[in-house]
Design a protein around this ligand. Structure first.
Ligand SMILES: *Cc1c(COP(=O)(O)O)cnc(C)c1O
Length: 375
């Protein structure tokens, strides 16, 4: 069977290999069977290994849902009684964490920085010092809305100096940009299968410190379905997820994991970097300006400003590319009109060369001036 290959340049789900796609087609099985439980245990261990976690100290907890579920679980489950959340916020995904705090009515500080700038570590430290009741600090590794890379190792060191727990949304770096959970001072990181692992939506997971999960047993329970300790405890006891797992996505993710180890951490990151460089070279050649200065980019998302050209129409350019197998994506900044090209997925620099031929043809088709014009 031939499946049309699309090159997805949106920030996930990503382009997958056919072997991962076909891994979903398996005999029907009840996920309560021992055979399935063994697959899950292997997957659970591999998810920790990807971030170089010591299996004595770290574990992974699996959930059925998209990546936002992880942010919800981490924040609602890991805040002790009488403590406050600090969100270090320079983009759309940290803003989502703030919204989660608001929904649960959790005391929190929304420490905002401009979307195109790194958080000021002095201000972070002053905030921690002035608020000894901060129990949980959350931020985003690669702010997918812009592609800025936050200095999590430095933030984590501060968080630990002031005795708080550090949760990091690594959804758009995990299994792409190398992470070392211990050296990077992360207590909990998270991702979902449709991003760096190049599998499908439906499986999300939090990788983190076992001792803190054990301690959270006595923290206030704010959700039933989305509680970290309950899910951890159930899996530990039974080797099964508490409720029905995304069976087919798990089969695909196990295949994706095999392909991850085969390609290797370094080679995979080198490939994403090749793709990223090819995207930037293509944008530069056309004259597009980007939001994030080069030295602050996470190497996975390119975020470009719309041209000041009356013929530019994102929807039309998108549709032209989409019809030819390439998906581009709008930006996520409230203050400027941008679009994004992302470097995740089973693609390589040749795909980007092909993409820019189509993209350039779209600009010419609609009369957008090249090089791109800005006022
Ligand atoms: C993709 C992404 C998520 C999850 O989004 P869903 O739509 O829920 O899958 C969370 N955080 C970051 C940084 C992301 O890039």
């Amino acid at each position: 069977m031939e499946i049309k290959r699309n090159v997805l340049l949106n920030p996930g789900p990503s382009t997958t290999t056919d072997t991962v796609k076909f891994a979903q087609v398996v005999p029907d099985i009840c996920p309560r069977e021992k055979e399935f439980g063994e697959l899950m245990r292997g997957l659970q261990a591999d998810l920790v290994k990807i971030v170089h976690g010591d299996p004595e100290k770290y574990t992974s907890v699996l959930f059925c849902g998209s990546g936002t579920l992880n942010i919800d679980v981490a924040i609602n489950s890991l805040l002790p009684e009488g403590k406050k959340v600090l969100v270090i916020n320079n983009g759309a995904y940290s803003t989502r964490a703030v919204e989660i705090c608001e929904f649960y009515g959790l005391p929190h500080i929304d420490l905002q920085f401009p979307v195109d700038e790194l958080p000021d570590l002095k201000v972070v430290e002053e905030t921690l010092k002035a608020n000894p009741d901060i129990g949980l600090v959350h931020t985003t590794h690669n702010e997918t809305g812009t592609g800025i890379l936050n200095p999590i190792r430095e933030i984590g060191a501060l968080v630990h100096r002031y005795g708080a727990t550090f949760t990091v949304d690594t959804t758009s770096t995990y299994a792409m940009r190398p992470i070392d959970i211990e050296k990077d001072n992360i207590d909990f990181c998270m991702a979902s299968a449709q991003k760096g692992l190049m599998s499908f939506t439906g499986l999300s997971f939090i990788v983190g410190n076992k001792a803190i999960i054990e301690a959270s047993k006595d923290y206030p329970k704010r959700s039933y379905y989305c509680n970290l300790y309950l899910q951890y405890e159930y899996f530990k006891k039974t080797g099964e997820m508490h409720f029905t797992p995304p069976v087919q996505t798990i089969y695909a993710t196990i295949q994706a994991m095999k392909e991850y180890w085969k390609e290797g951490e370094e080679a995979k990151w080198a490939r994403h970097t090749r793709v990223f460089n090819a995207i930037n070279a293509g944008l530069d050649e056309l004259g597009f300006r980007q939001v994030i200065r080069p030295e602050w980019r996470a190497g996975l998302v390119s975020s470009a400003y719309y041209p000041d050209d009356e013929n530019w129409n994102f929807e039309k350019v998108h549709d032209y590319c989409y019809e030819r197998g390439f998906t581009i994506y709008p930006g996520k900044i409230s203050t400027a009109n941008t679009f994004r090209l992302c470097s995740l997925g089973a693609i390589d620099e040749g795909d980007i060369k092909d993409f820019f031929e189509v993209f350039k043809a779209a600009l010419e088709e609609y009369g957008v001036q090249i090089p791109i014009r800005y006022e």
